[in-house]
Design a protein around this ligand. Structure first.
Ligand code: SF4
Length: 353
């Protein structure tokens, strides 16, 4: 796999020299991973050294009072991390005889250990072929492979995980995971250093100008998904367009007659709708072409557009009353959204229509 070869090649020459990398025991790895979860490396390093010298083993941590642990954690924030570590240390001593479990699923059952930390501990301490994907890993994979799924969505979690598993080099999961973290911290950062990146030749985001647009951020609450069904009614060499009104996107721009639904709908659904029947009246009509375009993403909404080209014969008084009948060759004179423009460009380039 080219990606893995290039990444490990880079890591061999450029991997970071961090204090916790020299440790191979699960306890120390766990401590470093939890500290680094919401803390920058520079700040975390001093806390890590202090923590490990105060509580050198899981037994020392289990025997301490939670107040002592919190005191040591002071200033680091997200104090539930310290409380969870203390609980987990006691559980490991009481239920596992002081030994960390060796499999990801058992590790995930411990307080404060999620999929990422469990995989990091399993791969770094035991060499288990587990993928530890953090923000760095998602960012690199999304860009290199051009994946535009919103992070955090179930399909994204599945896609990234399966992809990362397929890229894992045999017997080198620790290096692979560490390489992803270091590469994401030093090269493929939120503002990536593509010009000096050894992966650039094969990176889809870089080669399509999308490096800074990927990964796609998680959808925020309140994000709206809308389904736009545009009806491009052709009558001889004419079509119908209208101006958008109301307090909504694209106000004042022109577009084809639109039926919006809150769920996906098929053409038979549309022709059964009251709105469609009002528009076509008693005319005859025939569907010539259906063109679904890629979802159109706006700040707080995604539009899923489908354009239907329909030939209509006979009178359609409602259509004529509500919309402007314009010669097709004059469509380009009207201001339209980028979405409608895309369809119109496609239309002009599509010989079969
Ligand atoms: S070329 Fe740019 S976007 Fe692609 S992997 Fe390298 S740094 Fe990241």
């Amino acid at each position: 796999m080219v990606f893995t070869t290039l990444l490990l090649g880079w890591y061999g020459d450029n991997g970071r020299d961090l204090p916790w990398k020299t440790y191979k025991d699960p306890y120390t790895i766990w401590v470093s991973e939890v500290i680094l979860q919401q803390t920058r490396v520079q700040q975390g390093e001093a806390y890590f050294r202090n923590f490990i010298s105060t509580f050198p083993t899981v037994r020392h941590l289990a025997e301490a009072s939670v107040d002592d642990v919190l005191k040591l954690w002071q200033g680091l924030g997200y104090y539930s991390r310290a409380r969870n570590m203390h609980k987990t240390a006691r559980k490991i001593v009481d239920e596992y005889g002081g030994m960390f479990p060796k499999d990801v699923e058992s590790l995930k059952k411990l307080d404060g250990i999620g999929p990422y930390t469990a995989s990091a501990v399993a791969s770094f301490a035991y060499g288990i072929p587990a993928v530890a994907l953090d923000g760095n890993g998602y960012r690199i994979l999304a860009r290199y492979f051009g994946i535009d799924l919103p992070l955090g969505s179930p399909s994204a979690v599945k896609t990234f995980r399966e992809l990362a598993v397929s890229l894992l080099p045999e017997g080198k999961s620790a290096d692979f995971n560490q390489a992803l973290m270091d590469f994401g911290s030093l090269v493929c950062m939120p503002r990536p250093l593509c010009v000096s990146c050894p992966l650039a030749d094969h990176c889809i985001a870089y080669n399509t100008g999308l490096a800074e647009s990927l990964p796609v951020k998680p959808r925020k609450a309140g994000h709206r998904t809308r389904y736009f069904h545009y009806l491009d009614f052709g009558q001889d060499t004419f079509t119908f367009i209208g101006q958008r009104k109301g307090n909504d996107i694209w106000k004042g721009l022109y577009e084809f007659p639109l039926i919006e639904t809150s769920m996906p709908a098929t053409y038979p659904d549309l022709i059964r709708s009251e709105r469609f029947r009002i528009l076509v009246g008693t005319s005859d009509y025939v569907l010539n072409n259906t063109q679904a375009l890629k979802p159109h993403k706006l700040t707080h909404q995604s539009i899923h557009p489908v354009f239907y080209r329909i030939s209509i014969t006979g009178p359609a008084p409602n259509l004529e009353k509500e919309y402007k009948k314009v010669p097709r060759e004059e469509l380009s004179k009207y201001a339209v959204s980028r979405l409608t423009e895309k369809y119109m460009n496609f239309f002009h380039n599509f010989a079969g229509l």
